[in-house]
Design a protein around this ligand. Structure first.
Ligand SMILES: [Zn+2]
Length: 123
């Protein structure tokens, strides 16, 4: 027959692309949520007119704001990795180790869709 679609081993990249896009959406939602936390805390601090750094509640809010900002920054890094991976899908270079040029195993790409290296060269 030959008309049946079968997954190509080197690149079922339609799957990879879908996976990357859904992760990207997830990560962007996380960034938005964390930034809202940062903004919300800033607003509440401003609203209560807490300008004493030694105020214990003020210190907690500052800490929470830092945590949220750190999480947002972390998610932003992942977003950039996912975007770069999508670029590689478009360029046809997705799924190959940047060190040795061999195909990264599908199982690894499932766990880490933005991986740029094979397991051997990941460290
Ligand atoms: Zn490699």
């Amino acid at each position: 027959m030959g008309s049946e679609p079968r997954p190509s081993p080197a690149g079922s990249h339609a799957d990879a692309e879908a996976r990357l896009r859904s992760r990207l959406a997830e990560v962007e939602a996380r960034i938005t949520a964390q930034r809202a936390v940062v903004d919300g805390i800033v607003a509440s601090v401003r609203g209560e007119n807490v300008d004493d750094e030694h105020d214990p509640e003020g210190a907690t809010l500052a800490w929470e704001r830092q945590q949220a900002a750190a999480l947002a920054a972390e998610a932003a890094v992942e977003r950039d990795e996912l975007r770069a991976a999508l670029d590689r899908v478009g360029a046809g270079t997705y799924g190959f180790c940047e060190v040795c040029g061999r195909a990264i195993p599908a199982g690894r790409l499932e766990v880490r869709p933005a991986a740029t290296r094979c397991v051997e060269h990941a460290r």
